[in-house]
Design a binder for this molecule. Structure first.
Ligand code: HAM
Length: 419
């Protein structure tokens, strides 16, 4: 075939789409129980929005964004993540005037030009959750409880939550300087990207996957030794609340997350049912982003679940079953087919899943179709039945048949299915 699916993209076929629907339905149920409202936003935004929010030195902005110029020469980007654009929409639509705290969720595709591998795609989907307007730490703990409940409700086990505090504008500059000094002593061991980053944005060196860089970081200063009193007590309180809520977690002092907007609490949830790409969710606090993008000074926290990764785990434990017809109408001859068509509409009008053989083929071939589609019943109508004003209802499980008066068929089947 001349045209093929793009590398790193995937088609979601009906068997899999069922699981996607389940995942979304479960997620919406939990989110609504926690007071979240859905927000739907475009997948295209000005590229500058992401560059400013996520940071020029991050892998996402420097290597992975799908950017292009439109007909007017404006630089646009397919969204690589949702937080920046939720903030853009929050500020632009003055959602701060509607309620003191906005609890929003967004479900949809994101785009990153990464090297595709198992669990890593160029178009992937996220359930993104944001709470804007509260400094925490109760909101932080609530966020963890929500992420935990969401993943549990979806049916995902074997989870580990890693947390860290990334400090604030007051304490991070000191840490940044100390890290920069340390990295300068290791510069020969660093890859060219990290050599550049160690002066431009030293925290980003922690994102590097190269063994040499990882090793060079093994004795690097850690942010927790530099937290100011206020960040320290915030982080302490978050941990106390998590223990109270019985949310298991571990502290990872090296966790910095791959986006520049985080402040204070940052976290990642991994699953032991996934391969190398084992992060099923990640998030954190971003207290400065709203004002940084020209909005009011509002603290915020959020996270996103990677849906492909959640589904990968779900697939291992859940059997996929496509919905099958309740009744399959096999009509033989023109008059019977017209009658069959009108019955088809009546069944569907009563919320009964009904199908009909599209072609006027033999009874045997239509029953074969009914069987293939896993229909519960087949309704047989031919010239004989029409002249007697009846139809035959065949139980596809037992292969027994029952004669029914035509205008009682729909009600009868409805009753059978209700039993
Ligand atoms: P993130 O860690 O970049 O955070 O992405 C969140 C999740 O999306 C990851 O844990 C992973 O499950 C999934 N994910 C990321 N990249 C890919 C990929 N290429 N293929 C498949 N799945 C992927 C964010 O995006 C932040 N906006 C989360 C956030 C919300 N922070 C605050 N609010």
């Amino acid at each position: 075939m001349e045209f093929q699916l793009l590398k790193g993209f995937h088609d979601i076929l009906p068997e899999e789409a069922i699981l996607w629907q389940k995942l979304e339905t479960k997620a919406r149920k939990v989110l609504e129980r926690h007071g979240f409202k859905e927000i739907r936003l475009p997948i295209l935004e000005p590229a500058g929005l992401f560059k400013r929010s996520i940071g020029e030195e991050t892998d996402i902005v420097s290597k992975e964004m799908y950017c292009f110029k439109d007909q007017k020469g404006r630089e646009l980007s397919l969204r690589p993540e949702a937080t920046s654009q939720v903030v853009r929409a929050y500020v632009q639509n003055r959602l701060d005037l509607k309620e003191p705290v906005s609890k929003l969720y967004l479900i949809g595709p994101m785009f990153r030009h990464e090297r595709p591998q198992k669990g890593r795609f160029r178009q992937f989907h996220q359930i993104d959750v944001e709470i804007i307007g509260d400094p925490g730490p109760i909101t932080d703990a609530e966020t963890f409880v929500l992420a935990w409940e969401l993943l549990k409700e979806i049916g995902i086990e074997g989870l580990t939550i890693s947390i860290n505090s990334l400090g604030c504008d007051r304490c991070r500059p000191d840490y940044r300087n100390r890290l920069m000094d340390y990295l300068n002593t290791k510069s020969t061991a660093l890859c060219p990207d990290c050599q550049r980053r160690s002066n431009a944005n030293p925290l980003r060196v922690f994102d590097c996957k190269q063994e040499g860089c990882k090793e060079a970081l093994s004795l690097a200063p850690i942010i927790s030794d530099f937290l100011c009193d206020s960040c320290k007590s915030h982080f302490q309180e978050v941990r106390t609340l998590l223990k109270m809520a019985h949310i298991p977690f571990e502290i990872n002092p090296m966790l910095v997350r791959g986006l520049d907007y985080y402040t204070r609490t940052a976290f990642e949830i991994t699953s032991d049912s996934l391969g190398a790409q084992n992060a099923v969710a990640g998030g954190g606090r971003y207290d400065n982003l709203i004002s940084y993008l020209g909005g009011p000074s509002k603290p915020a926290i959020g996270f996103a679940i990677g849906m492909e990764r959640a589904l990968e785990i779900l697939k291992q434990t859940h059997e996929v079953k496509l919905p099958s017809p309740h009744v399959f109408i096999t009509a033989l001859g023109e008059r019977a087919r017209q009658l069959g068509f009108s019955l088809l509409l009546s069944f569907r009008g009563k919320n009964i899943r009904a199908e009909m053989g599209y072609q006027n083929t033999s009874l045997k071939s239509q029953l074969k179709q009914a069987d293939k589609q896993n229909a519960r019943y087949a309704l047989i109508i031919g010239e004989d039945e029409i002249s007697k004003n009846v139809a035959l209802l065949r139980d596809m499980k037992t292969s027994t048949q029952k004669e029914l008066i035509l205008n009682e068929v729909v009600e009868f089947v409805g009753k059978l299915l209700g039993e």
